[in-house]
Design a protein around this ligand. Structure first.
Ligand code: AMP
Length: 409
């Protein structure tokens, strides 16, 4: 089977890598570090299956356009991708489906938003309604900071039109968990859970990012937790979408907080997480191509199976990320790192200097990924590989999976 992966980051490299076990893979646009990358548009590529990685083309309706041409596509249409494209609508779906989530209000009016904010006990959570590359969420203990953020978002100053509606939520506390479910419109199967690290700095200091690392499996998320998420969140959501005439074929990614009252959904994404995909997919023992093709065709039959080995990924970021990432720095040591046992280096924001040398071309540059018999071993291997790679201004977190490796969360 020939599979076309749409996107050009570390998630798409991981998808191509694992699909490549059983399929011929083309990646559009890909990047100079991903084998099989092509400059052709998805519509120009002839493939048996299209797997759409990022949220933006899903929200813009790429899956619909390909399906209209009779193509088999893994990824929801624009109707389903709205779960990620509008947080206000997503919260409405959660309410309709009876899914546990944080209390919230959605506002376009400043005074009403500020009034609602004052009724909350804190911490305060302010989100852009629209897409903001994972950076549209503020969580703060300070009412003043939250109010300032509401002003900046609603005025359009902070995130343009994406922020002209804000969702304000009660702040929840607890360990976070991502459960990625593969859906065929009616049925859903869970992939192995993962935990990601959103903040730029160690111990969750610094600004939110697209994600600085991840690991899988997650010790706090046993089969009972995953079953509860599928039963209380994913299943009812899929049924609710179906009742609205939305045939959701793709990944429904539930971002959850494990609160004392049980798992609550913080957000849905309409695609594989990045960097969660980089730690979940390498652990697949069963055939990813068959799984995604079945879901795309509306007839999931197989259940995904995973190896017991753990997987850890550490994101290497460029100088200035996330505020203003610098491009063009020459990357060294990737081959040496990738030659270490259990290590795969997925290429995200990389370009080429034209002479065969990889250079930085974005914020999150490389995902240094390793498998091992335990989280501790996978983590040690990943960081050993990180130490072989360098470029001016490179930075990364040093505490990815550190607590889990010691048996905590
Ligand atoms: P989101 O993009 O909605 O997942 O938000 C990004 C991050 O903000 C999450 O991974 C959480 O760390 C945090 N967050 C979002 N909503 C809440 C909430 N209601 N309470 C506490 N933290 C939250």
């Amino acid at each position: 089977m020939r599979v076309c992966v749409v996107g050009g980051g570390g998630r798409e490299h991981a998808l191509a890598h694992v699909l490549g076990r059983t399929a011929e893979v083309v990646v559009t646009p890909g990047n100079p570090g991903i084998p099989g990358s092509t400059a052709m548009s998805p519509e120009e590529v002839d493939a048996d299956l299209y797997v759409i990685g990022p949220e933006a083309p899903l929200v813009e309706g790429l899956a619909d356009r390909l399906r209209q041409r009779g193509k088999l596509v893994f990824g929801p249409g624009a109707d389903g991708a709205r779960l990620e494209g509008s947080k206000a609508w997503m919260k409405q779906v959660l309410a309709d489906a009876g899914v546990p989530t944080a209390g919230h209000g959605a506002f376009t009016d400043l005074d009403r938003a500020l009034e609602f904010l004052k009724t909350l006990p804190g911490p305060y959570v302010v989100k852009t309604d629209g897409l903001a590359a994972g950076k549209g969420v503020l969580v703060t203990e300070s009412l003043d900071e939250a109010a300032e953020d509401v002003r900046a978002k609603l005025s359009g100053a902070a995130f343009g039109d994406a922020g002209r509606t804000v969702v304000i939520e009660e702040g929840l506390r607890g360990p976070e968990l991502s459960v990625l479910a593969v859906c065929d419109g009616t049925r859903a199967v869970a992939l192995a859970p993962a935990q990601d690290f959103k903040r730029a700095g160690d111990h969750d200091a610094g600004p939110n990012t697209g994600g600085m690392g991840a690991y899988s499996p997650v010790p706090v998320a046993g089969a009972d937790v995953v079953d509860a998420v599928m039963e209380k969140a994913v299943g009812p959501t899929l049924a609710c979408l179906r009742a609205q005439g939305i045939e959701y074929r793709g990944v429904l990614y539930a971002g959850l907080m494990l609160t004392p009252d049980g798992p609550k959904v913080l957000e849905y994404n309409a695609r594989f997480g990045d960097p969660e995909a980089q730690v979940v997919l390498p652990r697949l023992r069963s055939d990813l191509t068959a799984l995604l093709a079945e879901a795309a065709a509306g007839g999931l039959r197989s259940d995904p199976a995973f190896v017991a080995d753990a997987c850890v990924t550490v994101v290497l970021a460029s100088e200035g990320y996330p505020a203003s990432p610098r491009s063009g720095d020459v990357i060294e040591g990737v081959d040496e790192a990738a030659a270490l046992p259990g290590v795969t280096v997925f290429c995200a924001g990389v370009g080429s200097d034209g002479a065969g040398q990889l250079v930085t071309a974005g914020g999150r540059v490389l995902d240094v990924t390793a498998t091992g018999a335990t989280i501790a071993e996978a983590r040690d291997r990943a960081y050993a590989a990180v130490s072989r790679i360098r470029w001016p201004g490179m930075h990364h977190r040093t505490d990815i999976a550190a607590d889990a490796a010691k048996g905590g969360t």
